[in-house]
Ligand binder design. Structure first.
Ligand code: G3H
Ligand code: ZN
Length: 284
């Protein structure tokens, strides 16, 4: 069923695993991710950036595709459709009214007071609809669609506590050195700050930029309250690589089913690997 992230993340935090947010780019991602979740008996979060929603034809198109596929597959595991890096109150409201079950309001580039004010406003609307809310502090490095970071700032644990207490959010993404897209060298995650946040805040934490983080860092983050890990680039790389291989092997191929199909399989394999690594397999 389509649900908010609240229960799945609280269970993850309590039982020591993280639920993956896998971003959608087109129909094939929905197919691959829903199939992986069902086979692994894992809860799952379908992440939709504003750019990806635009590409697919709008929020309503995304919700309709997800609902129709879940019905066609007979999906039994909990699934959340989540607005990734929502840029404004209006965008969050639009997603909620289109049927999203969860939203992120990313006011991390604003000063703390403005972040708190905007986030509170989104929480008020979202909670009326039973929709969960994620907020962010600090900056995630790299670039994802419209979100470009200039210089990485680590989230301040004191500000995190203030944001949580004054907004009523359901989960918090403290940016602590993670990067959207591939890492240049080993990631340098702020585990000292993460521990401080974990010691003072009883909410599930979110790790953005899940592509390319070593398993030992994933495990450490999960042990410090991280219950949601976002992955996009790794699926895109796996899909593109497989499609390139197929097209290189068979230069006369033109039926998209014959080259996109294997790409979809590659996404599914990648998602299954992540679910096992994050510990969410067999938890639904
Ligand atoms: O919000 C989405 C993510 O943080 C994805 O990051 O593309 O590096 O896996 P990634
Ligand atoms: Zn992100």
């Amino acid at each position: 069923p389509l649900v908010s992230m609240k229960d799945m993340l609280e269970k993850g935090r309590k039982n020591g695993y993280a639920v993956g947010q896998f971003n959608l780019n087109n129909l094939e991602y929905i197919q691959a991710i829903l199939q992986a979740a069902e086979e692994e008996k894992s809860p799952v979060i379908l992440g939709v950036s504003e750019g990806a929603a635009r590409y697919m034809g709008g929020f309503k198109v995304v919700v309709t595709m997800v609902e129709a596929l879940m019905e066609s597959y007979g999906t039994t595991v909990p699934v959340a459709i989540h607005l990734d890096h929502g840029s404004s109150f209006e965008k969050c409201a639009e997603a909620i009214h289109a049927g999203f079950t969860s939203v992120m309001i990313d006011a991390s580039h604003d000063p703390l007071e403005e972040n708190i004010a905007l986030t509170s406003k989104v929480v008020e609307l979202a909670h009326i609809h039973g929709v969960s809310v994620e907020a962010e502090l600090g900056t995630v490095g790299g670039q994802e669609d419209d979100v470009v970071a200039e210089g990485v700032i680590y989230a301040d644990p004191k500000e995190c506590l203030e944001l949580v207490e004054r907004t009523g959010i359901d989960c918090l993404a403290p940016a602590l050195g993670s990067v959207h897209g591939p890492y240049k060298g080993e990631p340098n995650l702020g585990f000292k700050e993460m521990k401080e946040i974990h010691d003072t805040i009883v909410l599930p934490l979110v790790l953005h930029g899940g592509t390319g983080i070593p398993t030992k860092d994933i495990q450490k983050a999960v042990s410090l309250g991280t219950a949601k890990i976002n992955v996009n680039t790794e699926n895109q790389i796996a899909q593109a690589k497989r499609v390139r291989e197929v097209l290189a092997e068979k230069p006369d191929l033109y039926d998209p089913r014959k080259y996109l199909g294997p790409g979809t399989e590659a996404i599914k394999e990648t998602v299954i690997g992540k679910m096992r690594e994050f510990g969410s397999s067999q938890q639904a």
